[in-house]
Design a protein around this ligand. Structure first.
Ligand code: AMP
Length: 389
């Protein structure tokens, strides 16, 4: 998710630039001022409570602000991200925003400060007051709004400077130039955001070959638990010997072994564009683990794809695979094949459903040539990346 705070004094141009940015980055716009004005126009109890403070140019209470924002966020859980205008306005509200982000299982990408000297923004507001129809765009109230801004709002910038996500743009320039600068700041931030893909599919669906090719094409680190465990066995390390014993006894490798290997992999690849996970998460527990691992890096699953292949075709492919040189041992036995298909159905389908509820998992028809499937998958990833960058 891309979440931006557009910051600046009243009259900095937050509304004007927000209008463009929501289209450029497919964001959901949250202007607390606008939400409050709507509550007032609708004559709601929240509007009645906010009216006095707004008329004076003072700040509305945090209780009211949280209620209007929560209501809006809850109504748009599938958004690509949020653009906040006029919130947070105090140091305390910066903590409130953190809490809201946690609730959405995401984080703030950055705050962009539109820098304008007070004299210019005041002049703009007086000009706007002639046509805006806003009762708070008159000289006396504007003065109060500016005072509130310098006393209560400016101090919160330190919060974002400390977090390392503070950015600024000179907003005295012509509108198009300011927009271009904001866009390039956002793109820079997005390049820092990891693009994480999870690939799901029954054994035999082609996840492995597609995953490797996609990772190469998109510059992602391919993380597949099977080969990682194999490599550990090959290395002959004490851990590898333990894994081999489990394999030989037909036992599952426990999360205590798998998770540190994945963690190591994520931590030893600091400069990658993102990760492509295949074969993990396989269980609901592992999906929580993956969310936690990514969260540790201020990241999340960006895209989940399921490769669909009909059961008879899967059986045929797995059977063929067992006859070829590169076929893996376990595939050779019909019973083991059935067991793996069954495991996927019982343990992994609920994981797909979990991600589906959060992001909607993209389903791709895997019963085509490798090239056709690869093109379809590439198109999907390109579309998500474009939405991100
Ligand atoms: P704006 O449209 O952002 O200029 O906001 C208009 C008015 O709404 C402000 O002067 C405040 O009275 C009120 N308001 C908007 N956002 C907030 C907020 N985050 N906290 C407190 N009051 C707010």
């Amino acid at each position: 998710m891309l979440n931006i705070v557009l910051f600046g004094p009243p009259g900095a141009g937050k509304g004007t630039h927000s209008e463009r940015l929501v289209h450029q980055f497919n964001l959901f716009y949250i202007s607390t001022g606008e939400l409050l004005r709507k509550e007032i126009a609708d004559g709601t109890p929240l509007g009645e409570q906010a009216e006095g403070a707004i008329a004076r140019g003072g700040l509305v209470s945090d209780e009211i602000i949280v209620q209007v924002i929560e209501k809006t966020i809850r109504a748009h859980p599938d958004s690509n991200g949020f653009l906040f205008d006029g919130f947070p306005r105090t140091y305390i509200q910066a903590y409130i925003l953190e809490g809201l982000m946690i609730r959405l299982n995401t984080s703030l990408t950055c705050l962009i400060n539109l820098r304008v000297p007070e004299a210019i923004s005041t002049r703009r507001l007086i000009e706007r007051g002639k046509t805006s129809g806003r009762s708070d765009d008159n000289e006396e109230v504007i003065q109060n709004r500016m005072r509130e801004y310098s006393e209560k709002t400016i101090p919160l910038l330190q919060f974002y400077k400390d977090k390392g996500i503070y950015r600024e743009v000179d907003a005295t320039l012509p509108i198009d130039d300011v927009n271009r600068r904001i866009v390039s700041v956002i793109q820079e931030e997005l390049r820092k955001t990891l693009f994480n893909v999870v690939l799901f599919g029954y054994p035999g669906s082609g996840c492995r070959s597609q995953g490797q090719a996609l990772a190469k094409r998109f510059g992602l680190e391919y993380v597949a638990t099977g080969p990682m465990l194999e490599a550990e066995i090959q290395s002959g390390s004490p851990l590898g010997q333990r894994i081999k014993k489990l394999y030989d006894n037909g036992q599952l490798v426990p999360d205590e072994i798998v998770v540190p290997l994945i963690e190591q992999r994520i931590e030893s690849a600091p400069d990658v564009r993102g990760f492509l996970f295949k074969g993990f998460p396989r269980t609901l527990v592992q999906s929580y683990i993956l969310d936690g691992l990514l969260r540790k890096h201020d990241s999340e699953v960006s895209k989940a794809i399921e490769l669909e292949v009909p059961a008879p075709e899967l059986m045929r492919r797995l059977d063929d695979r067992s006859k070829t040189d590169w076929g893996r041992g376990p595939d050779g036995h019909q019973a083991r094949i059935r067991q793996r298909l069954h495991d996927h159905e019982v343990k992994t389908l609920p994981v797909i459903e979990k991600y589906n509820q959060r992001h909607s998992v993209t389903r791709i028809d895997g019963n085509r040539t490798f090239e056709d499937v690869f093109s379809a998958m590439s198109r999907e990833l390109e579309a998500s990346l474009t939405r991100m960058v």
